[in-house]
Design a protein around this ligand. Structure first.
Ligand SMILES: Nc1ncnc2c1ncn2[C@@H]1O[C@H](COP(=O)(O)OP(=O)(O)O)[C@@H](O)[C@H]1O
Ligand SMILES: [Mg+2]
Length: 359
């Protein structure tokens, strides 16, 4: 049966997540199924904001839709072994199941991870082309895309050209590469008009509060919001990895920030004083910080992300002190840590919590 976007949205909303409830994302689903054009798109967003969950939920929801077919593909390293995942619930015929099973076998055989994913998508696109227009719209999610390796870049360009050819042949296909790798935005220049760029953001406050009420952390909501700003993965980490212990959570983040600063000082051979100047810019005007040397270090570690006009917004991005017009921190805790370091020269969990309490 053909499903309306409204029906598909309510199907997505029934998706089960480890946190017990799937919240929000109506706009994102409507845009992905509706206004995102055919062709290749790259969707970036903060680590843990919910990209994989969204793609998975949409893929499953589309199993019921006769006019759209979703395929989800990812290549992950788990416990030291690389694993390819292909999911296409709509293709329930034995023949297609066999094709996919074979595909996964072939691809999992590759030792090098990136060769694996590049080949996987290539084969997948060929299958889509073979089934042609008879299946209606095809939505392919390519998750865990990593932009750093040269091979991945080349693969992306080849895919973009291939998808463009499929469009010329009359196919209706949307290929969405998903990535948390903030450095992916550097590819924007090279790719030019071959891909469209989108941003999906952390959950809005209300939806996040809904999730908070399901998870019930033993921490005041306002504090949680100021720490993780709507990022569900960080909420999970706070509760599960740190046992509701805010100081432990903040301590871990401080250690990470310290590492990045040390790396910056070491690699750029700057004095601590110069580093402090850059840190100040980062908290005072994150848009200006984009022109400074520290930027690529914090980008590389997924502390910040580009959100400027080049990226169309799938989610609305709230106005917060840690979000600029062109650049943003991925989660607010990093802002607080840099701010505390800029002010006191160092950061301890206690100081940061004081700082947050004052805000
Ligand atoms: N809309 C949502 N509602 C509830 N939980 C969510 C939602 N989106 C993501 N999560 C939870 O947040 C965590 C991180 O999500 P994930 O999709 O892996 O993020 P990303 O792929 O962007 O890094 C997961 O545990 C997931 O269950
Ligand atoms: Mg993911």
């Amino acid at each position: 049966m053909a499903r309306s976007i409204e029906e598909l949205i309510s199907s997505v909303k029934s998706y089960r997540t480890p946190l017990g409830k799937f919240v929000d994302r109506e706009h994102e689903v409507a845009k992905i199924l509706g206004e995102i054009g055919f062709g290749l798109s790259i969707v970036v967003g903060p680590l843990g904001c919910g990209k994989t969950t969204l793609a998975d939920a949409i893929t499953r929801a589309l199993a019921e839709d006769d006019e759209r077919t979703a395929i989800y593909v990812a290549h992950r390293e788990e416990a030291g072994t690389a694993k390819s995942i292909v999911m296409a619930p709509r293709f329930s015929s034995k023949e297609l199941k066999d094709i996919f099973a074979e595909l996964v076998d072939v691809v999992s055989g590759y030792v090098a991870e990136l060769r694996g994913i590049v080949t996987l998508i290539d084969v997948l696109l060929r299958i889509c082309r073979r089934v042609g227009t008879s299946v209606g719209e095809i939505l392919v999610f390519v998750d865990e895309f990593r932009s750093r390796a040269e091979e991945a870049r080349q693969g992306l360009e080849i895919d973009a050209n291939y998808v463009a050819r499929m469009l010329v042949e009359g196919m209706r296909i949307k290929v969405l590469y998903l990535t948390s790798d903030a450095t992916a935005t550097k590819l924007q220049l090279e790719m030019g008009s071959k891909a469209r760029w989108y941003i999906v953001w952390n959950l809005p406050r209300e939806a996040f509060e809904e999730l908070y009420n399901v998870v019930r952390p033993r921490i005041d909501f306002e504090i949680v919001w100021r720490l993780v700003g709507g990022n569900p993965r960080e909420l999970k980490a706070l509760v599960e990895d740190h046992g509701h212990d805010v100081e432990s959570y903040v301590g871990e983040k401080i250690a990470m920030v310290r590492n990045v600063i040390e790396e910056f000082v070491r690699e750029e051979k700057v004095s601590l004083r110069e580093a402090m100047d850059e840190i100040k810019i980062l908290v005072e005007d994150i848009d200006v910080a984009g022109y400074h040397r520290i930027w690529s270090y914090v980008l590389e570690k997924n502390i910040v992300i580009d959100i400027d006009e080049r990226f169309r917004k799938l989610s609305s991005i709230p106005r917060e002190p840690w979000i600029g017009k062109e650049n943003a921190f991925q989660i607010p805790i990093y802002y607080w840590i840099f701010k505390t370091i800029a002010r006191y020269g160092e950061a301890t969990p206690k100081r940061i919590l004081e700082e947050i309490g004052k805000a």
